[in-house]
Design a protein around this ligand. Structure first.
Ligand code: SIN
Ligand code: CO
Length: 395
């Protein structure tokens, strides 16, 4: 993808211009972002999908008593003829290649920020009510029409005691009816309310952003793992290359401590020793890299990899007429020479070929980089093929 070329997907803006002027800042309505868009899954496919245990879903409806919500899986759903309900299927990109492909059109934004594609189906009048989300979202109209009302209002007070987030005082500032292929980008905290006009399907390409608390706790956990690994207590970390860290093996010593007449009081010497020990931990880039690389590539609990057949063997090279493609659920990221895949630190450094595989999610046999793959790299790719993290496509 060229980030300085205008994209129809962004209404003729370049990814660079979109990121500079709209991302995290203001809404953007894009008419015919995907001209002639046809969803890969039909309304009845989504009704089938939410029967599956591994698919997270919610049914939302509004009646005389107010807002209602029920979580899936659903053996039975309201009739398609009944008005005013919405069914939301989360992370459909984990279950459908074409939906994963759609999400990949947004890879002018880092994989670190990409979350999932949620697909909603609704009958006439269906919606989830006026609310705001904490994350950026692209709302792509996939089937039928939806009337969106949006507002950049500062008052984001929610109604109390409801099963879902509903704004107390939503005051629409703009209103649009979206047709298939139209798309609305909303930054975090933009108030919105989308109501289906007849049968409707909307695909939300959502992004994630960690809180500082999540980042700090992740770093602390990585520091904990580092200390244990350096002590030789490999625990679950046996496969991980150890990041050299402080030697914290020496035991607390207190020769010359005076006798105490208050044995239940915490000794100051232990307070001092604790603070001194913790100051030895370096919260540096190597540690942040390790934490983020593993955490951001950790597949969601409902991601499923089909183990590959044993027939493909790259030991003699990647055939020129073949192609490697990452599985839709695989998360592969790199930083400097470190490569992370599906929550693990890869055993090979991030060479140019492996970075290309990560950035484009594929590697062509005809690519000169593919011919430069070393035997150890090919061995690693063989293992990924067997895990089902990677697929070989013959042409
Ligand atoms: C929907 O697709 O109905 C809801 C999407 C949203 O408002 O975030
Ligand atoms: Co929303």
């Amino acid at each position: 993808m060229t980030i300085d070329q205008p994209l129809t997907l962004l209404g003729g803006l370049t990814p660079q211009a979109f990121m500079r002027d709209y991302w995290q800042r203001k809404p953007l309505l894009i008419r015919q972002a995907i001209p002639g868009f046809k969803p890969s899954l039909s309304i009845s496919d989504i009704r089938q999908l939410v029967k599956r245990e591994e698919v997270e879903s919610r049914l939302i409806w509004h009646d005389a008593k107010g807002w209602n919500m029920k979580s899936g899986p659903f053996a039975r759903l309201p009739s398609a003829k009944q008005a005013n309900w919405t069914l939301l299927a989360q992370s459909v990109d984990l279950h459908d290649d074409a939906t994963a492909g759609l999400v990949h059109q947004f890879r002018f934004i880092s994989d670190a920020r990409l979350d999932d594609a949620m697909i909603s189906i609704a009958t006439d009048g269906g919606g989830v009510g006026p609310h705001f989300d904490s994350y950026d979202v692209f709302l792509l109209q996939a089937h039928g029409q939806r009337r969106w009302r949006i507002s950049q209002q500062a008052d984001l007070t929610l109604e109390a005691g409801l099963p879902l987030k509903i704004l107390k005082d939503f005051k629409a500032e703009e209103e649009f009816v979206l047709e298939p292929g139209d798309m609305l980008y909303l930054p975090p905290h933009a108030a919105h309310d989308g109501v289906a006009q007849g049968d409707c399907m909307t695909i939300s390409i959502g992004f994630r952003a960690p809180t500082q608390a999540v980042l700090a706790c992740g770093m602390l956990e990585a520091a904990n793992d580092q200390i244990m690994a350096n002590l030789g207590d490999t625990g679950g970390l046996y496969a991980l290359p150890v990041i050299p860290g402080p030697a914290l093996a020496s035991t607390f010593k207190d020769p010359g401590t005076p006798a105490t007449d208050s044995p239940a009081a915490l000794p100051q010497t232990l307070i001092d020793a604790t603070l001194k020990a913790v100051q030895k931990i370096k919260f540096d880039e190597a540690l942040a890299e390790r934490f983020l690389g593993q955490w951001l590539t950790e597949p969601p609990a409902n991601a499923y990899f089909e183990p590959g057949d044993d027939d493909t063997d790259l030991s003699n090279g990647l055939p020129a007429n073949g192609r490697l493609a990452l599985d839709r659920c695989t998360r592969l990221m790199y930083r400097n020479r470190q490569l992370f895949i599906n929550g693990e630190v890869a055993c090979m450094p991030a060479t140019t070929a492996l970075r290309k595989l990560a950035d484009t999610r594929a590697l062509d046999g005809g690519d000169p980089l593919a011919r430069k793959l070393k035997p150890e790299e090919r061995q690693m790719l063989n293992e990924w093929l067997q895990e089902g993290w990677l697929h070989y496509i013959a042409r």
